[in-house]
Design a protein around this ligand. Structure first.
Ligand code: URA
Ligand code: SF4
Length: 211
C-alpha cells in the first residue's frame, strides 16, 4: 500500500525536521507530477490547526498552503471570524497537488485525492498534530474530515458544531465547515454570498471555542 510512513523521521522531531523530510516524500505517486511538497505553515505554538484538502495550483508553485484564491477567501473569513493568522497552523490532508490537464500545456485542473492517497499521506498530518498539539482543529471540507475522522464523515451533518473525537488516541476538539474553494465555485452571487456567510459563521464557532 502507498504510505508516507517510511519517510517520517524518528526520534525528537520539530516542524523544521518534519518539513525537510516531507520534501523528499515518495510515499505515493502524487510527488511525481507535482512541483514540490506543500507542508503546513505556522508555529508549533499555534492554538488552532486548519486542515484543507490538498494544495492547488498556486500552492504547488509557491510551496505554501492556501496562498491561492481559496486561501485569500479563507484569510478574509478568518479575519471576519476573529481568528488571527498568528494563532493558526494551516495545512492539508494531502501534501502534493493532484491535477489533470485538458490538453498538454493547458491549465492544470485540480483533481480530488483518493482515499488511498489520503491514507498514504495521513502520517504527515498525524506528525504535525503531535508536534503542534492544537487546542482546536478546523476541518475545511469533506476530505479533511475523512482524513481525520474516517470515510463516513459528512460536512453537512456536523458543520458549525464543536465536536469532541478521539484522534490517534488523543481527545481532540474539532469544528467542521465547508471548503473555501466550494464557496468560490458557486456561480450565483446570492448563493455564493450565503455560502461565505456560512463559512464565517462556522469559523466564529471555532473562534469562540478558543476564548
Ligand atoms: N485548497 C486546499 O485544500 N488547500 C490549499 O492549500 C489550497 C486550496
Ligand atoms: Fe508523500 Fe503525501 Fe506527497 Fe504522497 S501526497 S508523496 S504521501 S507527501
Amino acid at each position: 500500500a502507498y504510505t508516507a510512513q517510511p519517510f517520517i523521521p524518528e526520534g525528537p522531531r520539530g516542524l523544521p525536521t518534519l518539513r525537510r523530510a516531507a520534501a523528499d516524500c515518495r510515499g505515493c505517486p502524487l510527488h511525481r507530477d507535482a512541483t514540490q511538497t506543500v507542508f503546513g505553515e505556522g508555529t508549533a505554538r499555534a492554538r488552532v490547526m486548519l486542515v484543507g484538502e490538498q494544495p492547488g495550483d498556486q500552492e504547488d508553485r509557491q510551496g505554501k498552503p492556501f496562498v491561492g484564491p481559496a486561501g485569500h477567501l479563507l484569510d478574509r473569513a478568518l479575519a471576519e471570524a476573529g481568528i488571527k493568522p498568528g494563532e493558526a497552523y494551516v495545512t492539508n490532508a494531502v501534501k502534493h497537488f493532484k491535477f489533470t490537464r485538458t490538453e498538454p500545456g493547458k491549465r492544470r485542473i485540480h483533481k480530488p485525492p483518493t482515499l488511498r492517497e489520503m491514507t498514504a499521506c495521513a502520517p504527515w498530518l498525524a506528525a504535525e498534530l503531535a508536534v503542534v498539539e492544537p487546542e482546536l482543529i478546523v476541518l475545511l471540507g469533506a476530505s479533511a474530515g475523512k482524513a481525520l475522522l474516517g470515510s463516513s464523515f459528512r460536512v453537512g451533518e456536523v458543520r458549525g458544531a464543536l465536536l469532541e473525537r478521539e484522534i490517534h488516541g488523543r481527545p481532540e476538539r474539532l469544528v467542521a465547515t465547508v471548503h473555501p474553494a466550494s464557496v468560490l465555485r458557486m456561480r450565483d452571487d446570492t448563493e455564493r454570498k450565503a455560502a461565505y456567510e456560512g463559512l464565517v459563521a462556522d469559523l466564529k464557532v471555532a473562534a469562540r471555542a478558543l476564548m
